[in-house]
Write a new protein. Structure first.
Length: 347
């Protein structure tokens, strides 16, 4: 009876795999103290591939369907042929199952800004992120290059390497596109297509197909984004310098108001700059506008006027500063210092 139990333990009649959940790419069928029986059934479901490895080498690959395993279909020796060796077969075979369905919603993104050349800005540091989907298309290559003899290989095990491939080819994708950054942010579909084309060969080297790539966001670091916002603002006002100065003042007022509420010492400095800058900016805008309309002589006069302030302009600025002091935004010392500086312009 013990001998029969021992014999039954050695032979496998049915080999199959039901995926336990998302994230498993490769799984080795447990073969400890067992061998495949002659005529055993191998069931490979849709979205799966089975690989037989005999003596460390891939012997065969089975696609979806039900397969009957014999010595004609599988080059392995079972215990049935090794009674004289007391069931100790010198040959050992393993069965690996691979999931061939798409592994979707895999994330990629720049951990650090990527420096790129740009037609408009010269060089920019780009940030971007999105997702991608891939699947196993060459189980033999994936087994020999990646998963090997591990009992299980998951999506998480491969995640870091694949994301590195995506990031490595961002520069290639942007360079090959020839699209300026301003247009790139508005053509994310095209950017995603180019990124997939640049990265797909790296996936193919390890038996994977990069099915899709999406770009969800393309952005600049904060300091460059501010410059971009200013450029957009200038584009909105065109050659109207008066409107541009109004735009700049409108951008500065919320920051000034925020600082005034906080009561910080930097607020006074901002207020001084705003009080003097608004008046001077208006004069410059008027003079430059006259210069554009009046030709070279008027432009020269405007440039000369912009270098100084007329008495009435100085008095107007002092009145603005006095009003800021009355509201508590400027201290007495700060008002006195700016007052002395402006009075020097009268002499």
């Amino acid at each position: 009876m013990a001998l029969m139990d021992f014999i039954k333990k050695q032979f496998i009649d049915i080999i199959e795999w039901v995926e336990p959940g998302d994230g498993v790419l490769a799984w080795r069928y447990p073969m400890t103290d067992r061998e495949i029986q002659q005529g055993a059934s191998l069931t490979v479901r849709e979205s799966q591939v089975a690989v037989f490895v005999d003596e460390g080498q891939v012997a065969d690959v089975f696609g979806p369907g039900r397969h009957t395993l014999t010595t004609q279909t599988l080059p392995v020796l079972t215990y049935l042929k090794n009674w004289d060796k007391l069931f100790e077969s010198p040959f050992k075979s393993d069965v690996y199952f691979f999931s061939t369905r798409q592994q979707i919603d895999q994330r990629w993104g720049t951990t650090q800004p990527v420096t790129l050349r740009d037609k408009d800005f010269g060089a920019v540091r780009l940030r971007a992120f999105g997702n991608y989907a891939y699947r196993v298309v060459d189980a033999k290559k994936f087994h020999t290059e990646i998963s090997g003899t591990r009992a299980e290989y998951t999506v998480a095990d491969l995640d870091g390497q694949l994301r590195a491939h995506m990031l490595q080819h961002i520069s290639d994708a942007v360079a090959s596109s020839g699209i300026p950054f301003l247009d790139l942010a508005a053509n994310q579909v095209e950017f995603a297509k180019l990124l997939r084309e640049a990265t797909a060969p790296e996936f193919d080297k390890i038996g994977l197909a990069l099915d899709s790539v999406t770009v969800q966001n393309v952005s600049l670091p904060d300091e460059l984004q501010k410059l971009l916002d200013q450029r957009i603002g200038m584009g909105m006002v065109g050659n109207d310098m008066g409107k541009f100065m109004q735009y700049q003042t409108a951008q500065a007022i919320p920051k000034l108001a925020e600082g005034a509420g906080a009561g910080g010492s930097s607020v006074a400095g901002d207020a001084i700059g705003l009080g003097a800058g608004v008046a001077l900016g208006q004069v410059m805008a008027q003079n430059l506008a006259q210069g554009l309309q009046g030709g070279g002589l008027a432009a020269a006069q405007a440039a000369a006027a912009a270098t100084g302030m007329k008495p009435d302009e100085v008095m107007a600025t002092l009145e603005k500063l006095a009003d800021l002091k009355a509201k508590g935004i400027l201290t007495d010392d700060e008002f006195s210092a700016k007052k002395a500086e402006l009075l020097k312009k009268l002499f």
